[in-house]
Design a protein around this ligand. Structure first.
Ligand code: HEC
Length: 136
């Protein structure tokens, strides 16, 4: 069988399973309730008043760098006394830009097509001005 044939069969199989699940348990389609005690992800919905560098940080960095993000977890494991970037008072803008553009450790490089130089500068200035009083 060709690769495409196998892929088509696999897709058909998935659709069948999804349909069966939908029939058996329609309520499964709803978003799962958050587990009690688990930090919830930060999005603009949580920080509607954020502007400038903070808003850009929430948009491009917060998914990994707020309470239960992988960035926070790995920085904690690496022994940073403060793993939350927004609560730090020791992040020079140039370091933030270098880390984000080149990637650092397990953090992927963030290209200009995703975050422009102007936007990255605003994010870096925001972090360099920390610590910020935010609820991460
Ligand atoms: C896909 C997840 C992810 C995203 C998105 C992300 N980061 Fe990271 N970041 C990480 C991880 C993981 C590390 C820890 C790297 C390591 O040491 O392995 C990290 C580390 C860093 C560090 C180094 C901190 C230190 O003490 O060494 C800086 C600075 C940083 N990130 C800034 C940013 C900025 C600014 C953005 C948004 C423009 C961003 N990150 C977006 C995952 C991410």
């Amino acid at each position: 069988m060709t690769g495409w044939g196998a892929a088509a069969l696999a897709l058909a199989g998935c659709a069948g399973i999804a349909a069966a699940q939908a029939d058996d348990a329609p309520e499964a389609a709803a978003a799962p309730a958050p587990r009690p005690g688990m930090p919830q992800p930060i999005t603009m919905a949580k920080r509607p008043d954020a502007t400038g560098g903070e808003a850009l940080y929430v948009e491009y960095c917060a998914m990994c760098h707020t309470a239960n993000g992988m960035g926070t977890g790995l920085l904690q494991r690496a022994g940073r006394p403060q793993p939350l970037l927004e609560l730090r008072d020791n992040l020079p803008a140039a370091f933030v830009i270098a880390a984000a553009r080149n990637g650092i450790g397990n953090m992927p490089a963030i290209p200009r097509g995703e975050v422009s130089d102007e936007q990255m500068q605003a994010i870096a200035d925001y972090l360099a001005a920390g610590p910020h009083e935010v609820a991460p």
